[in-house]
Design a protein around this ligand. Structure first.
Ligand code: PAF
Length: 285
């Protein structure tokens, strides 16, 4: 049975009690509207941990003024069903007031450098919102293993760096990106796509695959990989490309030559929906 917890003190008490009993705590931070991608994180946590905590909180601090906070999809009942099906022990679903008694928060956790490029460029302040809420969740939960998807590759790199540099007692576990059968990366925001845009959206992954195939065939020039993705997407005028970039997967710095740690990352808009995707070049993803 899943236990629903709404206060920070109750979550802290449950996590402390688990550790006192010698149990390993697994944390899966989410904004809800859970899909198979989230479920794969829960499954990874379930396999490795004694107590699995899923947090469901649509974090206002990581949305810009013109972003989709108000229309962000929510379905707490469906989310609880998914958590039950995955054998989750605790769902932490706090109110905004519980997480931010003082709004706006006067304390902000900022990771420099890694947050300026890629999504950081068109979403100023977004990663400050992510790192602030994730730090709070880590502080409330205490020592744990925390599970994040590789679809949000920049978020994973930023949180990994933050945990390392702030010496937080958390083991960050990156989990494989999960796709629909036609290749579209799972995202809560896929729910916004019109029927027509939903048929076009898998071309993002198709474009990444074309570049990955070229790399597998010996291409090492990042500019060529980027060109392949852009040229493919340009065939559908509805795609508005935000960025296509080859970066090191840990530092997120642009690379001169492709190697096994090179991430090819893309962000596009289809209508008003912003979608991101990536592949690790030189790896079979
Ligand atoms: O990836 C997400 O869903 C969110 O950015 C996170 C990590 C739950 C923080 O709100």
């Amino acid at each position: 049975m899943v236990e629903i917890v709404e206060t920070k003190s109750a979550l802290r008490a449950r996590a402390d009690a688990a550790r006192a009993a010698g149990q390993r705590v697994g944390l899966v931070p989410t904004m809800g509207f859970l899909h198979e991608g989230h479920r794969s994180l829960m499954q990874a946590a379930r396999r490795a941990c004694d107590v699995v905590i899923v947090t469901i909180f649509v974090n206002p601090m990581q949305f810009g003024p013109n972003e989709d906070l108000d229309r962000y999809p929510r379905d707490l009942d469906g989310d609880l069903d998914a958590c039950r099906a995955e054998g989750v022990d605790i769902v932490f679903a706090p109110s905004i007031r519980e997480m931010y008694p003082r709004e706006p928060s006067t304390t902000v956790v900022h990771v420099a450098e890694l947050t300026t490029g890629l999504c950081g460029e068109s979403r100023p302040g977004h990663f400050d919102g992510v790192t602030t809420i994730v730090t709070k969740l880590f502080a409330i939960t205490g020592p744990c293993h925390a599970y994040f998807g590789r679809k949000d590759a920049q978020q994973l790199a930023v949180i990994t760096r933050m945990v390392d540099e702030l010496d937080l007692p958390v083991t960050v576990v990156g989990c494989p990106l999960v796709r629909e059968s036609d290749g579209l990366a799972l995202s809560s925001r896929n729910a916004y796509l019109s029927a027509e845009h939903r048929t076009i959206a898998p071309q993002i992954h198709a474009a990444l695959c074309l570049a990955a195939d070229a790399v597998a065939a010996g291409e090492t020039d990042p500019r060529r990989a980027v060109d392949i993705v852009r040229a493919h997407l340009r065939q559908w005028p509805d795609f508005s490309i935000d960025y296509v970039a080859c970066v090191d997967s840990a530092t997120l710095q642009a690379v001169d030559q492709i190697d096994a740690d090179t991430l090819l990352a893309v962000a596009v808009r289809l209508g008003s929906t912003r979608l991101i995707d990536n592949v690790l070049l030189g790896a079979s993803s």
